[in-house]
Design a protein around this ligand. Structure first.
Ligand code: SF4
Length: 437
């Protein structure tokens, strides 16, 4: 989400006449886009902002701003703590940042945390040219209020863009060379539901899924090859949604579905509004409809009061689903959330660390075996271009979202869908060759 906001902000600033600096030393404007979801992310951002003091000392005309969740959350106090910072802008103020930069250049120090309850202004939906895979934000905010999560406080309530607006953006991207779009929303399966609730003054019927309607509309965009999305919420994955994701050919069959815990007691304390059985049921419903599918997830270990038995249930559920990938987080209380208010952070750090490590080990072993099963197969990859890790290699991803590494061959271009033969595998990637006819 933050990466997408940074891209949109870069477009806004370029429209205002700024150009990208070749390095931090050369920059006249530095904007830190911050995240508050984890304590570590906040500490890193504050550390970075502190380091910029030296840069400002040698270049007093340098403008430094802080935007994003941490800016929204801490507001004025950040300006007080960091006197070399020029402006703070909240999560709804992306479109206002170019003005804030100009006012800061004129010598003002500013805080703009205004809440914008309307749709995202169209000027805040710009893209850098030439992305084979582009991110498209379809909604902002979240109405779920999971007990550990700061997002509903920093990003506000749910607001979805209209289907025609999103389809128009996808069409423009395809015309500029994009082949794959990644749709973004904090709880993307709730796309459009808040608008229906506001309009009809009642809960939408449980069989409705405006997100499925959106996927159908995007599936019809000519030239678009693939659609991915993140993150769904199990409680909103009704049959209408499952029918759409299983049937639509352009929707990739790799789904990131946050689990958080396999223990019903912990899920209830987290206010996740589903049980482990419901999670299993939705996974089974997708799996039974598709010949091949990949699942990934998010899990929190060490949530307050988590016992060995709770953790065992999480580990068991994870083994059962056989996730291809998972992000494992050690619980850290976020000030302002219900969990931080109500539940002491009582699981010792070493236990969190052990549980984290146990899940990572399980995942690695499973991924080695799973990836080995691809050996010798030919998969269709979307060619993305030169690998960031090895300039001699190119990379792409298959429908199941596995990174595929190969040597470039004559005639191969980024953006092509090409057959890729798997020759070797690791826990994280597939290695092989493009087999052009
Ligand atoms: S659904 Fe996701 S973004 Fe929303 S409150 Fe829960 S964890 Fe946070």
């Amino acid at each position: 989400m933050n990466e997408r906001d940074s891209e949109a902000l870069a477009c806004l600033l370029e429209k205002r006449g700024l150009t990208p600096a070749s390095s931090e030393e050369d920059a006249d404007v530095i904007i830190l886009n911050t995240c508050s979801v984890r304590d570590q992310a906040e500490r890193k951002a504050i550390g970075k902002a502190g380091l910029l003091k030296r840069r400002k000392a040698v270049k007093p005309e340098l403008v430094i701003g802080i935007i994003g969740c941490m800016a929204q959350n801490r507001g004025e106090s950040l300006l007080e703590a960091l006197p070399h910072i020029d402006f703070i802008a909240g999560t709804d103020r992306l479109a206002a940042v170019p003005d804030l930069v100009e006012q800061a250049q004129a010598g003002q120090r500013l805080v703009d945390l205004a809440r914008d309850t309307g749709p995202t202004p169209p000027e805040a939906n710009g893209h850098q040219p030439g992305n084979i895979c582009a991110m498209v934000s379809v909604m902002r905010g979240c109405d779920q209020f999971c007990s550990y999560c700061i997002v509903p406080y920093t990003r506000g309530r749910e607001h979805s863009r209209s289907i025609p607006d999103i389809v128009a953006e996808a069409t423009r991207l395809v015309e500029a060379g994009t082949k794959e779009i990644l749709l973004l929303g904090q709880n993307i399966t709730a796309y459009g539901l808040a608008e229906i609730r506001r309009r009809d003054k009642q809960r939408p019927p449980s069989d409705q899924s405006p997100f499925a309607d959106l996927l159908e509309a995007l599936n019809d965009v000519p030239g678009l090859a693939r659609i991915r999305f993140t993150s769904p919420h199990v409680s909103f994955m009704n049959d209408r949604f499952i029918d759409a994701v299983c049937q639509l050919p352009k929707v990739c069959k790799a789904f990131h579905i946050p689990l958080q815990s396999g223990s019903d007691r912990i899920l209830s304390m987290m206010r996740r509004s589903y049980t482990a059985t419901e999670y299993r049921d939705r996974i089974a419903a997708i799996r039974s409809r598709l010949p091949e599918v990949a699942f990934s997830t998010d899990v929190i270990v060490g949530f307050p009061t988590e016992t060995d038995e709770d953790f065992r249930q999480t580990r068991e559920l994870m083994a059962e689903v056989a996730f291809d990938m998972a992000y494992i987080f050690r619980y850290s209380p976020r000030t302002g959330t219900k969990a931080a208010e109500k539940f002491p952070d009582d699981v010792p750090e070493e236990i969190k660390h052990e549980r984290n490590q146990a899940l990572l080990n399980d995942l690695e072993q499973a991924a080695i075996v799973r990836n080995r099963s691809f050996q010798g197969r030919v998969l269709e990859v979307l060619v993305e271009g030169v690998s960031k890790r090895n300039p001699d290699r190119w990379t792409g991803r298959c429908d199941l979202n596995k990174t595929c590494n190969f040597a470039p061959t004559p005639g191969l271009e980024p953006g092509m869908l090409a057959p890729f033969r798997v020759l070797r595998t690791s826990a994280n990637s597939l290695f092989g060759e493009i087999v052009l006819p």
